[in-house]
Write a protein that binds this ligand. Structure first.
Ligand code: GLU
Length: 484
């Protein structure tokens, strides 16, 4: 069997949408599963839609996610150039080949004529379609128009009867009546190819065996097949990927400002978690396993398991997956990632490693960190009602007693560490002959000032240090005294 070659062929028109990333990932996995080649091609023939900087984002995304290409504009390869705007001469040459075969023709129709055709069709409630007017020009007429510099396009000459069928590995066999096929433009009046034409020529010349792309291209595939047939080229294997939905009705789309890869990273997701999650959007391994490294995906990926039903981008699932990836980090790795988020709210010199120990198992996404740990910087303004905890059976009175009695014990600790803090608290529990909660809840409340906190009384007190802990206990005592 020929070596598998797939390509990722983005148009640099904006940011890297998760749908684009999934296409890149699947194309990568299909080739790498069989030790094949993964090619990166830039489809920039629609110069009007070109967005400055978009390409950098795409390169960067491929790089950080580890989807390493074997050929591409930046590294070259046997079928360069890999940028379509540098290949315009090739497309013209191939369009002319089709003209020679009678499979394409020059069209000199003016915009006015085309507009009139459209208006006419719309009035008759028909789908607008070019009427092959220029197909019937004589050789001499064509020569004359070309030499007098009249602008032209080159159109595909599609049959008007019969059907065109194509096979997609995911969606099955699809047939259309040729009468529905438009004589689509291959070369535009500016000399640039249309996206559809350049795509077919390049996929063939670059030896692409599996064409992986979004299902939005499904309806164009008959036109592609007509081109392959017109050239007499072998048709590649098509793998169209299902749409990614925001909910049952809406597609995840650039226009709605939905998830781009960059946004997800900014929101505090880990790149490996995002990649893993995206792999499962429309594909499943056929087992219960959900956590896959890229290497594992390469091993198990079988594109025949891609579903054709739309997949829903589920934030809750992605958050869960992200938390699993966070837990898999070493404490050191986590601490490095979390540090910028700590620094957003903490100016004090605290033991961040200790904070990381608390946070690593508690956060789903890194952007949750600041609001969870701001209590280490300043004691929040809090209501004394927080001391009342039904289940723990705490009241203002017993809370005040706890705080007043823990204060001297804390003051007596010379070596401020978790063990000693814990021992002091447990000593008090014993002395008072009460349940742990009666002592621990008020202390936790006093040192954190929050209804819920990462870690309990001991951990927070340890990180705050002796002086700050004592200060906060005193604040608690004052507050509770006013409740009397
Ligand atoms: N340039 C197209 C896009 O960015 C890719 C289509 C394809 O892969 O064939 O959507």
């Amino acid at each position: 069997m020929a070596k598998i070659r797939t390509r990722f062929a983005p148009s640099p028109t904006g940011y890297m949408h998760v749908g684009n990333l999934r296409t890149a990932l699947y194309a990568y996995l299909i080739s790498k599963h069989e030790d094949g080649d993964f090619i990166f091609r830039v489809e920039d023939t629609d110069q009007e839609r070109f967005v400055e900087g978009a390409l950098d984002i795409i390169y960067n995304t491929l790089k950080i996610t580890g989807l390493k290409h074997d050929e591409g504009p930046d590294i070259g390869g046997p079928v360069e150039p890999y940028v379509q705007s540098e290949r315009t001469a090739i497309y013209l040459e191939y369009a002319k080949k089709l003209i020679d075969k009678g499979e394409a023709y020059y069209c000199f129709c003016t915009k006015e004529r085309l507009d009139a055709l459209r208006t006419d069709a719309e009035a008759k409630k028909q789908t607008p379609k070019y009427d092959k007017h220029c197909l019937h020009l004589s050789k001499e007429e064509i020569e004359e128009k070309l030499s007098s510099g009249i602008p032209y396009v080159i159109r595909q000459n599609n049959p008007t009867t019969g059907t065109t069928t194509f096979d997609d590995k995911i969606y099955g066999t699809i047939s259309v009546d040729n009468s529905e096929l438009e004589d689509m433009v291959l070369i535009k009046s500016d000399g640039f190819p249309t996206y559809n034409f350049a795509n077919v020529v390049d996929d063939h010349l670059m030896g692409i065996t599996h064409v992986v792309r979004g299902s939005e291209y499904l309806s164009s595939s008959p036109k592609y097949n007509r081109l392959y047939e017109a050239f007499g080229w072998e048709i590649p294997i098509y793998v169209h990927c299902p749409p990614i939905m925001k909910d049952a009705q809406h597609k995840l789309s650039k226009r709605n400002g939905d998830a781009s890869f960059e946004d997800l990273i900014k929101k505090g997701y880990l790149k490996d978690a995002v990649l893993n999650y995206i792999a499962l959007l429309g594909w499943n391994p056929g087992t219960e396993k959900e956590i896959f490294s890229l290497k594992e995906l390469v091993e198990v990926f079988d594109y025949r398991n891609i579903n054709k039903s739309p997949s829903i981008f589920d934030d809750v699932k992605l958050r869960w997956m992200n938390s699993e990836y966070i837990k898999m980090l070493t404490l050191d790795e986590f601490n490095k990632m979390a540090l910028p988020y700590y620094k957003e709210v903490i100016t004090k010199d605290l033991d961040f490693m200790k904070i990381s120990e608390l946070m690593q198992t508690r956060v789903e996404i890194l952007t949750q960190i600041p609001e969870l740990i701001d209590l280490f910087e300043d004691l929040p303004e809090y209501s004394i009602d927080m001391y009342l905890h039904k289940k723990m059976k705490t009241t203002f009175e017993n809370s005040l007693e706890t705080l007043e009695k823990i204060l001297p014990k804390f003051e007596n600790i010379t070596d401020w560490n978790l063990n000693n803090i814990q021992n002091s608290c447990m000593e008090l529990v014993e002395e008072l002959g009460v349940k742990n909660g009666i002592v621990l809840w008020p202390i936790r409340t006093a040192v954190s000032g929050k209804q819920s906190s990462p870690g309990g009384a001991f951990e927070i007190a340890e990180i705050l240090g002796k002086e700050e802990t004592i200060r906060r206990i005193k604040v608690g005592i004052e507050k509770l005294q006013t409740a009397k």
